[in-house]
Write a protein that binds this ligand. Structure first.
Ligand SMILES: NC(=O)c1ccc[n+]([C@@H]2O[C@H](COP(=O)([O-])OP(=O)(O)OC[C@H]3O[C@@H](n4cnc5c(N)ncnc54)[C@H](OP(=O)(O)O)[C@@H]3O)[C@@H](O)[C@H]2O)c1
Length: 230
């Protein structure tokens, strides 16, 4: 995970990553897990994970995919090193007790809200970062205080929406697989609130385009406001 030019003040560098179909879906119907990444893209993703201090996902992803959020060092041809901290955004305490992220194998943080009464195993650190929901402008400085300088956010659609809407990211990489999913229930890259006018859109700048295996990786940064935006 190389650093973008400008290092943000008081929060980690935030790099968003997801794998999508050509029609911009990140899973199959009703959120069923999909494997869109090619073998070459998996190497890219695990290299990113290995360079991150922490990997964050939402509780929706934990429930639907049950990811381990660990680095698959064997894909990198490297001896196992330090795994990044796992961060789960779970405002109401819905993480299943049997979830792999609670297996105690690597440092894990559950970011939650005042409305959660849930307790977690002693190995899990909890951070209250909001009253009703997890507020990223509150959470990110708390993670920074814990020494997390590089944060990779892998999804899902609702978490990506919050972070992108708040413009709290420095780089967004999307692997587009040559696959079409279709339908109306497969989650898009970004869910969340509707855009009803141009002012609601979030503008990005394309900074890279690379063929990776049978797909392509597009890299975006938030677009800075220019005089022509006024
Ligand atoms: N292809 C890929 O790269 C990829 C990667 C990851 C996930 N996925 C897919 O994404 C889908 C899951 O996405 P999802 O949208 O259902 O769930 P999600 O984004 O993983 O988690 C969303 C949940 O997080 C909690 N949350 C708390 N505070 C939040 C905040 N400020 N902003 C956003 N969420 C907050 C909310 O639940 P509470 O209110 O209960 O806390 C919310 O429902 C699955 O189908 C999975 O397969 C795909």
């Amino acid at each position: 995970m190389d650093d973008p030019g400008d290092v943000p003040d008081g929060r980690p560098i935030v790099w968003l990553n997801c794998a999508a179909s050509l029609d911009g879906r990140i899973a199959l119907a009703d959120g069923r897990r999909a494997q869109f990444s090619s073998p070459e893209d998996l190497v890219r993703v695990h290299r990113m994970r290995a360079r991150a201090d922490a990997i964050l996902v939402g509780v929706g992803t934990v429930i639907l995919d049950d990811p381990s959020l660990r680095v698959h060092w064997e894909l990198l041809g490297e001896r196992p090193g330090r795994d990044p901290t796992r961060v789960i955004v779970d405002a109401s305490g819905r993480t299943p007790e049997t979830a792999r992220v609670l297996d105690g194998s690597t440092p894990t943080i559950v970011a939650t809200s005042l409305r959660s009464r849930r307790t977690f195993p002693a190995s899990v650190r909890t951070i209250v970062a909001g009253a009703e929901t997890v507020e990223f402008p509150v959470l990110l400085p708390r993670l920074f205080e814990l020494g997390i300088r590089r944060l990779m956010i892998e999804g899902g659609a609702t978490v990506l929406a919050s972070v992108v809407r708040a413009r709290l990211f420095d780089r967004f990489t999307v692997y587009y697989a040559p696959v079409v999913v279709g339908g109306s229930t497969a989650p898009p890259i970004i869910a969340g609130r509707e855009s009803r006018s141009a002012e609601d859109e979030v503008r990005l700048e394309l900074t890279g385009l690379e063929r990776v295996g049978e797909g392509l990786v597009a890299t975006y940064v938030p677009r800075r406001a220019s005089a022509s935006d006024a």
